[in-house]
Design a protein around this ligand. Structure first.
Ligand code: 5GP
Ligand code: ZN
Length: 114
């Protein structure tokens, strides 16, 4: 989608530190990491937020979690623990309107989040 920074990251128009890619999913390091491991996993397809998901996206979202699991293993946080976060909408602090899942780990994460 035009004017979407994450669509531009997928297309390569905006550079990123890519850590995974397949035909449906793209993952890259967050530009402003909140933990030693902070990766964003996104669908290549533009979906603005979880509110816009439909039945046809079921496999895609499941696939994103399996990619997250694979990345957690690669970053060696599989056993220490990690968090997969989606922020949806203003109160949750969603700043980029293209669905993304944060994979965070490598330090003790506080709960509840702020
Ligand atoms: P949100 O607050 O929407 O859940 O998360 C958006 C995330 O995208 C933030 O953690 C922010 O640091 C990251 N981000 C925003 N713009 C860019 C960018 O151009 N490149 C990368 N790698 N990350 C970005
Ligand atoms: Zn997009």
């Amino acid at each position: 989608m035009k004017d979407c920074i994450f669509c531009k990251i997928v297309s390569g128009e905006i550079p990123s530190k890519k850590v995974y890619e397949d035909d449906k999913v793209f993952a890259f390091e967050d530009i402003s990491p909140e933990a030693p491991v902070h990766v964003l996993i996104i669908p290549k397809k533009h979906i603005a937020s979880i509110n816009e998901l439909s039945d046809e996206d079921k496999d895609l979202i499941g696939h994103i979690f399996l990619v997250s699991q694979k990345l957690a293993k690669e970053y060696n946080i599989e056993d220490s623990g990690y968090r997969i976060i989606n922020n949806c909408g203003e109160d949750a602090g969603q700043t980029v309107k293209h669905v993304h899942f944060h994979l965070l780990g490598g330090r003790q994460l506080n709960w509840p989040p702020g």
